[in-house]
Ligand binder design. Structure first.
Ligand SMILES: [Zn+2]
Length: 229
C-alpha cells in the first residue's frame, strides 16, 4: 500500500544525509532523527468514520474510493441494516475496514430501558459478528447521545464509546463543496471525522470524498481504522 512510498522517503532521507552530512553534521542529525521510529510520534493519521450503513447503494461507492487512496476507515453500522444487507457488511470487513456498533435501530440510548439498551447493542453485535467474525468493541451512540447511564451500560457490555472530533454535518446535505471544505478546514492529526454512508441520500458525501482523500493525502496524512480491536 504505502510501503514502497515510505521506502522512497527513507532512501531520500539517507541520500540527503550523505551529501549534507559531511558539511553540516549537526543539522543532519536533526533531519535524520525523525526518519526512525520517532516518526510515529506526531502521527498524521485521520480516522474517517461512516455511520448508519450499510447501504447497498452508497457503501460500495465509498469502499471503491477508499481503496483507490489506500485508505482504511471505520463503519459504525446499524444492526437492522446489517440484517438487510449482510453482504455489504462482509465486503466492508473483507476490504480491511473496521465494522463497529451503532445500535440496532438508532434510538437515543439515553431514553430507553436498560434491557432495551442491552438488546440494541447485543443484537447488533451478533449480526456484525456473523458477517465479520469479530465482535465490535466500540459503540457510537446515535446522535452522540451519552450520559452516565449510557456510559456504564456500554462499559458493562465491554464497549468503549467512540464519538468524533470533526463533524461536517454531511447528513444535512449542505453540498459537496461544503462537506469537503468543513472537513479539510478542521482536520488535525488524530481527528475522528464523522461521515454517513446510510440513512438517506449520501450522494454528496460520496462526491466530497475524493477531494478529502486526495488533499489530506497530499498533506501527508494516512487513514486508519479506529483502534477498536
Ligand atoms: Zn447515526
Amino acid at each position: 500500500m504505502s510501503s514502497p512510498r515510505r521506502a522512497d522517503r527513507h532512501r531520500g532521507r539517507r541520500a540527503a544525509r550523505l551529501t549534507i552530512g559531511t558539511l553540516v553534521a549537526a543539522a543532519t542529525a536533526v533531519v535524520a532523527l525523525p526518519a526512525g521510529p520517532a516518526q510515529a510520534a506526531p502521527a498524521k493519521v485521520v480516522y474517517l468514520t461512516f455511520d448508519d450503513g450499510p447501504s447497498p447503494r452508497y457503501t460500495p461507492q465509498i469502499l471503491t474510493l477508499l481503496s483507490q487512496y489506500g485508505a482504511r476507515a471505520t463503519f459504525f453500522e446499524i444492526g437492522q441494516n446489517v440484517a438487510a444487507h449482510p453482504g455489504v457488511t462482509r465486503q466492508v470487513s473483507a476490504q480491511g475496514h473496521s465494522v463497529q456498533n451503532h445500535s440496532w435501530s438508532h434510538p437515543d440510548l439515553r431514553k430507553i430501558s436498560k434491557s432495551a439498551f442491552q438488546y440494541q447493542v447485543a443484537a447488533t453485535d451478533a449480526r456484525i459478528r456473523a458477517q465479520t467474525g469479530t465482535t465490535p468493541t466500540c459503540l457510537r451512540p446515535p446522535y452522540g447521545g451519552v450520559n452516565a447511564t449510557v456510559r456504564s451500560g456500554a462499559a458493562g457490555l465491554g464497549k468503549s464509546i467512540q464519538l468524533w472530533s470533526v463533524d461536517p454535518q454531511d447528513w444535512a446535505r449542505p453540498g459537496r463543496a461544503a462537506i469537503e471544505r468543513r472537513v479539510l478546514g478542521a482536520v488535525k492529526p488524530g481527528s475522528v471525522v464523522l461521515l454517513h454512508d446510510g440513512g438517506g441520500d449520501r450522494g454528496q458525501t460520496v462526491a466530497a470524498l475524493p477531494g478529502i482523500l486526495r488533499t489530506l493525502k497530499s498533506r501527508g496524512y494516512t487513514f486508519a481504522p479506529l483502534p477498536c480491536r
